[in-house]
Structure formats: structure tokens, C-alpha cells
Design a protein around this ligand. Structure first.
Ligand code: MLT
Length: 247
């Protein structure tokens, strides 16, 4: 299992979005606050193991690193894996981060769209998936004004094996609804959303804020779905404030 890490001290595990990798957390890895250790793993699992498969591998990584509890969170699909981790071993969380994500499972039209994406991947390859995903992942403003972010996202996605992308699509399609779990989350939770996120709009974060007892939603201005890449400094500032408040 591959992971990136920076800093030393209290562990913070950040899980990436689909169809990216740990590399999407590089801006945050370059700005780790003192006394924190940021760990960004590549999500991996076997076909048909669903979100729980990813979560079990994160638990195995925590065990291998002798980490009992950590701040754990993720962005979008990373959030779906966070929900799975919370179901499997809630005691491993000291705090939780849910960025640009949603607790609901896919509706029937969403499940059908997953199948269309799998077919596109099989027929036309990863580049075709990038072309479909980029306008969803990045705001129109970022696509116009941040060519370096567009290039970075494109290159991270193009480096992913088609089989891993296919497995992730299937796991997202079949993920359970986590809405009923939200009131039972006992740790403090940071909810972040880009104000221009069209995949998981800010209202998702506001709704989770109403359902999770110790939570706070922060909406980042001028950010799309990959809010940590479009507004890295603002995202990191919010993250740091949350981490330091939890010490
Ligand atoms: C992601 O950003 O992880 C995915 O696009 C989320 C999804 O498709 O449900």
C-alpha cells in the first residue's frame, strides 16, 4: 500500500477523491502544522469488496503504523470511505473531516450513470474518463484561470490504472446510505465544501451540520468540488484551525 506523509506528531489521515490518488493532498502535505503527522494513503481494494474493502485497508495501515486513533477524513469518495470506517471502527476517530461529500447512496439514475462511466472506461480508456470528470471536479473558474491545477488533476487521474478506476466506480455505485449514522457520530467533525461544488453542493454540508451533533460547516468561497486543490491555502487554514482546536 502506498501512502504519502509529512510532519510528526498527532496523526491525521486524509483520503482522496475519485478518480485521483494521495497526490491530490500535496498542497496540504506541504503545509502541515507543528505537532501533526499528515498521512495520505492511496485507496485500494479488491473488486466487489465495496467501500468496506477500502476502509479495511486503511485500518490495516493504521495497525501497521501502530496508530490507535487519528483524525480521519476524506474528500468526496474519501468521505464515503470515512463513513465506512465510522461504521466498522468508530473508536479509531479522534476527530473527523468530511469535505465535499454526501452521506446518501446513489439514486437509480446515479447508479445508471456509474454503469455508463464503466462502459466509457472499458471502450475509450482513462483519458475519456478525465474529459468527463474534469468539468465536474473543477469549477468553471478554475478551468479558466488555474491551468496548473487542471494539468495536475489530469496528470493524477491519467496515472491511475483502469482496473482501480473501475473498482472505485463499482464501490461508489453500491455504497450504502450513511445518513442514519450521522447523529451517532460522537467526535467533533469539520465539514468543508466549495461554494461552487456542483457534485456535492454546499447544502450537503449544511444538512450534515444539522444532523451531526458536534459539527461545523465551512463553505469555501470560489472553490469547486476539489476545494483543497482550487483553494489550497484557505482549505489548509480551515483544517489547521480545526486540528488545533481539537488538541
Ligand atoms: C469523487 O469526487 O470522489 C466522486 O466524483 C464522487 C462521486 O462520483 O460520487
Amino acid at each position: 500500500m502506498r501512502w504519502l506523509e509529512a510532519g510528526s506528531g498527532w496523526p491525521v489521515v486524509l483520503l482522496h477523491a475519485f478518480p485521483l490518488s494521495a497526490d491530490m493532498w500535496r498542497p496540504q502535505l506541504h503545509a502541515v502544522p507543528d505537532e501533526f503527522r499528515l498521512i495520505a494513503p492511496d485507496l485500494c481494494t479488491r473488486p466487489n469488496d465495496g467501500m468496506d474493502g477500502y476502509a479495511r485497508n486503511i485500518l490495516a495501515l493504521l495497525d501497521a503504523l501502530a496508530i490507535e486513533t487519528a483524525v480521519i477524513g476524506g474528500l468526496s469518495m474519501g468521505g464515503y470511505v470515512t463513513f465506512a470506517l465510522n461504521r466498522l471502527e468508530p473508536r479509531r476517530f479522534s476527530q473527523m473531516i468530511l469535505a465535499d461529500t454526501r452521506p446518501q447512496s446513489d439514486r437509480p439514475d446515479g447508479r445508471a450513470a456509474r454503469q455508463t462511466m464503466r462502459t466509457l472506461l472499458a471502450d475509450a480508456g482513462v483519458r475519456a474518463v478525465v474529459d468527463v470528470m474534469l468539468p465536474r471536479l473543477l469549477s468553471a473558474r478554475a478551468r479558466r484561470d488555474q491551468p496548473e491545477v487542471v494539468a495536475e488533476v489530469r496528470s493524477i487521474i491519467e496515472a491511475q490504472p483502469p482496473s482501480a478506476i473501475d473498482t472505485a466506480i463499482e464501490a461508489m455505485r453500491d455504497r450504502p446510505d450513511s445518513t442514519a449514522d450521522l447523529p451517532g457520530i460522537g467526535v467533533s467533525v469539520l465539514l468543508v465544501a466549495g461554494e461552487d461544488d456542483e457534485l456535492t453542493p454546499p447544502d450537503e454540508a449544511r444538512d450534515m451540520e444539522r444532523r451531526i451533533p458536534r459539527s461545523r460547516a465551512v463553505i469555501l468561497p470560489e472553490a469547486g468540488h476539489l476545494s483543497n486543490l482550487e483553494r489550497p491555502d484557505a482549505f489548509s487554514r480551515v483544517l489547521h484551525d480545526f486540528l488545533l482546536a481539537g488538541r
